[in-house]
Design a protein around this ligand. Sequence first.
Ligand code: OGA
Ligand code: NI
Length: 356
Amino acid sequence: MVYNPSDGTSRRFSVPVVQELAAQHLQSLPERYIRSEKERPNAFPIHHLDIPIIDMDMFWGDSDLCRQKELEKLGMACQEWGFFQVAKMNHGIPLSLTERMKGIVREFIQLPLEEKLKYKIQELEGYGQAFVISDDQILDWADMMSLTTLPPENRNMDFWPTKPVDFRETVDQYALEIQKLSNTILFLLSENVGLTPDCFLNMCGKMRQRMRLNYYPPCPRPDLVLGISPHSDGFALTVLLQDDEIVGLQICKDGEWIPVQPIPGSLVINIGDMLEVISNGIYKSIEHRAVTNLDRDRISIAMFYGPNIEIEVGPAPELTDELHPCQYKRFIQADYVQHVFSGKLDGKKNLEFAKI
Ligand code: OGA
Ligand code: NI
């Protein structure tokens, strides 16, 4: 089934709703989803390693020594992995809220297609794929819903579903809780490189937050497709909430793909391109992708947090000197956003824009 652009879900190109394709129990996969051999999930060996786990209690407890050790661990995680997990109950977000978030996402997904298409993507917000730039591009096996969540005055409520009835209220609460956690992490990462804790946040102006709901339907040939193409995230920090049991996210470390084993109740946090720029490359945004499963669908909720659109972004001057030359130019955030959304997801290619 292919929708035409006027009632489909793509901004510019007609893109099927993958959930509808999956429901047809196709014998063979449509060509547009089949990856070239070298892009397929098993093209390179999959390496099983545990990504670092950070214990936020260490930052909120009384022991200076424990705090210092955990700060060093956090710093290393962000330099060498660009990814870490915050284990259950440690991130400060009530389990009841993360469970409700997953619940409203599942309820939204199960609504009839015509209900979801009331929020079909226009420009950067709504239900549908934002990174389709040509009619022959290989597509991701996923449906998405993107919303601006903060600052509140930038929300476009036309795209905020009214069903399920507690969608708006739950997302509002979740957005604010994730903002608190993201601020704490940015404080710690700023302190860890010898800057004042508020330095990174101050460089970003009034912070923006966007939410992306990802839905990966079951796929008859998970060996041939990707749920989301390899990419790095464009904001400063991403907080990802995912299904408790179903593995899908993989990160690229030293040229190998490593699956992120979900830990029930935990959150996955990763460095985005803007934090790589602001930290002059000390912290790394890491390429990642998602694979799909044969029998099970998977949801994830990504909260992206980064500089205001009007801010001129560039490396912190304190982090550049003769030994550490400035690696990135200064640019207006809005120009980066435009650059990102005029292309498809393609590894860390977007960051070339910022390189000197
Ligand atoms: C993203 C992303 C991974 C996942 O939305 O940017 O990388 O596991 N998602 O859904
Ligand atoms: Ni991502």
